[in-house]
Design a protein around this ligand. Sequence first.
Ligand SMILES: Cc1cc2nc3c(=O)[nH]c(=O)nc-3n(C[C@H](O)[C@H](O)[C@H](O)COP(=O)(O)OP(=O)(O)OC[C@H]3O[C@@H](n4cnc5c(N)ncnc54)[C@H](O)[C@@H]3O)c2cc1C
Length: 454
Amino acid sequence: MISSSIAQVFAKIVGTKWVLTDPAELTCYARDASVASGRPAAVVVPGSSAEVSAVLKAAAEASIPVTPRGAGTGLAGGAVPMEGIVLALTRLRGLSVHKRDLVASVGAGVATQDLHAAAENEGLFYPPDPSSASVCTIGGNVATNAGGPHGFKYGVTRDYLLGLEVVLSDGTLIQTGGRTLKNAAGYSLTQLLCGSEGTLGVVTNALLRLIPLPEERAGVLSVFDDLGAAAQAVLEIINGGICPSALEIMDRTTLSCAARDIWPAPPAAALLVEIDGPLEVVLRRAWETETVCRGCGARKANTASGGEASDFAGLRRAVSGSLTRLFPLKIGEDVAVPLGMLPSFIDMMGSLSADTGVKIAVFGHAADGNLHPNILFDPRDIDAVQVEAAIEGIFQAAFKCGGALSGEHGVGMLKSPFFEQAVGPETIALMRGIKKVFDPHGQLNPGKIWPHGE
Ligand SMILES: Cc1cc2nc3c(=O)[nH]c(=O)nc-3n(C[C@H](O)[C@H](O)[C@H](O)COP(=O)(O)OP(=O)(O)OC[C@H]3O[C@@H](n4cnc5c(N)ncnc54)[C@H](O)[C@@H]3O)c2cc1C
């Protein structure tokens, strides 16, 4: 709980109904989409950048830590409050598309899907497309440098970020970057703040680059009797000069959850490949993709366009949510490995599952080498030691492959114990210095990226 006097200070800034202290309401802000949980002392929901600034200033003066929050779809515990208040940015919903500049100005609380729709209305395209796009916010996407299936061809959130409006821990409001498509003046604070998971500043608005909408899209669905062959096909497709707009891999366990209506007895693996561009290019590349997949042992490789291609994309978006169909609990991990190591890493996940006795489903954005091994279990059958061994094993396998601790979900609370190993002590020291400059008193999102109490 916060004192009634500080609650009144916040209420004066945002209005009484936007300061939540009722225990039932606080419960809704205690978790994100991961297994982590906490408890906020209060939730404050500002309606403008000026209000965000005033709330942060008041919180700093009262030494109250602040956890910024978008839609709470994060998978690393980043928006889970360890102490202090939650600052929910969901009321910041300004959205305008400036077609002549190819720029959108987007409030932190806008759902990613709404930006997609607004851009498409103008014949433009905003490629970053996390599978949670219908609910996750642009502020959350910037804070986690969110990706999605389009990453290989089009890049991730950071690649579209031209400028930010950000409030610092003492309430100072700053602008970084701007509306130009190029900017080489000084340090890029915009790119530094992207992926900082609410530990350096609170994003209130983002200037995002838009590009022309691709003319056509087609999807190729390839079915394999061997997961390793599917992984090998990923390399062959890309090394063969095809640049897919999405290339997703799903193993049998994933398919048994996400595609059980299509395949009651699912195959060992499937690849969903999306090709976009002018019609002639799309048809040729789709045909080449089918040929490569068959050459790698696919028992079936079919091209679909229009509504059927959208069904493929829908299947991919359904994966993460469907994975609790087999077991009551899942821990969704997120690592990235160099592309050439994709088959080895997938192989290692099979061995890890056998060694620990824990089911591990593997799916992800294969063209980026960004995989989501998901640990699926029933706590009545599997003990915590086995689950912890599986988590540790996933990260150690990624490191062994020369990979990264996170491809797109961030470090949050859950991966912070592995962060130093991932980046090394010298880099850690430099990053700690950056954190001190932005947030000298450790007010912003304590316990995230850095272990709690540091
Ligand atoms: C079903 C499902 C599918 C998903 N698929 C993908 C995917 O394909 N690709 C992908 O990248 N991710 C994916 N995710 C993860 C998640 O949706 C992304 O990390 C997303 O960017 C989080 O946005 P959010 O608004 O929910 O942020 P939250 O979960 O609320 O917060 C995430 C982090 O950002 C910080 N934050 C939030 N808003 C702000 C702000 N305005 N200023 C500063 N910091 C802020 C929080 O403190 C926290 O550290 C998926 C999640 C689910 C549940």
